[in-house]
Design a protein around this ligand. Structure first.
Ligand SMILES: Nc1ncnc2c1ncn2[C@@H]1O[C@H](COP(=O)(O)OP(=O)(O)OP(=O)(O)O)[C@@H](O)[C@H]1O
Length: 546
């Protein structure tokens, strides 16, 4: 799996409309009725190692008509869950010990000391329990410290936030190696994120590293919070770093209360989302103002390029981002996991995810793409009638014994109904969406992180950036709009190399969409059913999948 994952490719789902014309539902119906390769993974209580697969062990029996011998190839990724693999009369059971254990180490061979960070920052990292950099951190930090603009692309939960925060903190603020930086009273770094939650998560990460004495050096400028208070804090605390959402940053900037011409760093986190139509105007303003001093450049010429370093970050980087970065940036590099490439050498055919159909895609070719999802993630899908979806979700949670679940839907108005049904069946759950107030959203999130809420029922709002280490299951109760959205939703589990499961619940007529995403993501999606409190996997009809 790891080997195939490392070479897998991701291509954007371009346009389903053409496929909708085909009667896929009948194909899907037939194929799911065909003889299946049933997989059963029983209650797990051991870690997933080669030894744990112990093929010599006595197999579990599941009744005469089902399996008698361990021989399948599907195993559970859940700590306590039950997944069964049955092939005719043969099956395989794998046992695992702990839920959410780290199964796919993404830590670099280098130490934080080797990345050229100042001592005070190294102390902070140690104090906060960060002992080894991840791959993407050990590649990105030296490149940014050297002064390169950078596009950072690596899979969800691989530590991209620290990959850009560490070089920034090593250059500005109280932990930096430049003592004069501390004395400066202007904003020196701006970090932009598409949602309040992600913005606040980044603020917490900066605060953690700055420590309690210096935490005022970072200021949040997220929407939904009191703007006057934000403006007062800017004036009073003179933060070195601001983190905010595009709308609020642009609003304060237009009001003349945000002075960012002296900014040395601009980070667009989830850049592909930030460059989408929704944010276009605000991002344009930010790009125009941040780090651009009025007047002439060093040789008297009008300096079109900003005096800032620009860092663009996402697990999914379309070529449009690469193109934009080339035009804004100075000697930009592309950082992918542990690899650094000059951006000028990156071509449209390079392994970068495409958000818009390219010529190659239009010609029906699969564009090669890079890894945007952690290799340890397991992907399943099942079929359910619309009216039974919540029950399917409940059975899925039970079967996998999931402890912390994010269930995605597409529209906020249906979330309450799902929560109501889950609660009625005794499953702690809560809804989260953009129409909730800021306080309500942060309360729900806190409770979810503490484990007081088992199922967070949400929409696209929570798909990007949300970091809940304990989340061991993501369920798509409704299909994401495309493979990129799938990747971000799925990436809420299996963070930092942990185990995680994604189950997509679709209607029979939607199977072709799942198949299309499977193909584009280059990942196996196993068809499953929930039988007798267990997840049963059946082998798909390969003629349809590939
Ligand atoms: N070197 C490290 N050692 C231990 N934990 C780390 C390290 N780097 C990051 N983390 C933790 O890993 C988690 C995931 O990191 P982060 O949110 O930055 O991932 P990401 O790549 O930005 O994910 P996404 O693409 O979903 O936004 C966070 O809880 C973070 O604190």
């Amino acid at each position: 799996m790891a080997a195939s994952a490392s070479t897998r490719f991701l291509v954007l789902l371009k346009d389903f409309s053409a496929f909708r014309k085909i009667s896929w539902s009948s194909v899907a119906t037939n194929y799911h009725r065909q003889s299946r390769f049933l997989c059963h993974v029983a209650k797990e209580d051991g870690s997933l190692t080669l030894a744990s697969l112990d093929l010599g062990k006595k197999p579990r029996k599941f009744g005469k008509s089902k399996a008698t011998k361990l021989e399948g190839s599907y195993v559970t990724e859940m700590g306590q869950g039950k997944v069964r693999a049955v092939k005719n009369d043969k099956m395989k059971v794998a046992r695992e010990k702990k839920p959410a254990e780290i199964v796919s180490p993404l830590f670099s061979a280098k130490s934080f000391e080797e990345l050229g960070l100042p001592d005070s920052l190294l102390d902070s990292l140690e104090r906060e329990g960060f002992s080894v950099p991840t791959d993407v951190q050990s590649a990105a930090v030296p490149a940014i410290i050297k002064g390169h603009d950078a596009v950072i692309q690596s899979y969800t939960g691989s530590g991209k936030t620290l990959a850009y925060l560490l070089p920034i903190l090593s250059e500005i603020g109280p932990l930096s190696s430049h003592s004069e930086s501390e004395k400066r009273t202007e904003i020196q770094a701006m970090i932009v994120a598409p949602s309040r939650e992600l913005g606040m998560q980044i603020v917490r990460e900066v605060e953690k590293l700055l420590g309690p004495v210096h935490r005022r050096m970072v200021q949040q400028l997220v929407g939904g919070a009191n703007r006057m208070r934000q403006e007062e804090a800017l004036k009073k605390n003179k933060p070195a770093i601001v983190v905010g959402t595009p709308g609020r940053i642009a609003e304060i900037s237009k009001g003349g209360k945000l002075h960012t011409h002296g900014c040395r760093f601009l980070v667009l986190d989830e850049v592909d989302e930030l460059l989408s139509f929704n944010f276009r105007e605000d991002i344009h303003r930010i790009l125009e103002h941040v780090g651009k001093r009025s007047g002439a450049g060093p040789k008297g010429e009008v300096d079109e390029r900003a005096n800032r370093q620009t860092v663009l970050v996402s697990a999914t980087v379309p070529f449009s981002v690469i193109r934009a970065a080339k035009s804004w940036s100075h000697e930009p590099v592309l950082v992918q996991a542990n690899k650094v490439t000059p951006l000028d050498t990156v071509q449209p055919s390079a392994p970068v995810i495409s958000l818009t159909p390219t010529t190659a895609e239009a010609n029906g070719q699969i564009q090669t793409t890079i890894q945007s999802l952690p290799p340890a993630l397991k992907h399943y899908y099942c079929i359910s009638k619309h009216q039974h979806k919540v029950d399917t979700l409940r059975r899925c949670v039970h079967a996998l014994d999931a402890q912390s679940v994010i269930a995605f839907m597409n529209h906020s108005r249906q979330l309450k109904d799902v929560v109501y049904k889950l609660e009625a069946r005794g499953m702690n759950s809560a809804e989260m969406h953009g129409d909730l107030g800021k306080l309500e959203r942060s309360t729900v999130l806190k409770k979810f992180k503490k484990g007081e809420i088992k199922v967070l029922v949400t929409n696209e709002l929570s798909a990007r950036g949300l970091d809940v280490a304990e989340c061991d299951l993501v369920v798509n109760l409704e299909l994401p709009t495309d493979a990129v959205h799938y990747a971000h939703r799925a990436g809420r589990t299996g963070r930092l190399g942990r185990k995680g499961t994604v189950v997509t619940v679709c209607e029979e007529s939607q199977v072709f969409i799942v198949k299309k995403m499977e193909k584009q993501l280059g990942l196996p999606f196993l068809y499953c059913e929930f039988v007798d409190g267990e997840l049963v996997v059946t082998e798909e009809d390969k003629a349809i999948i590939r």
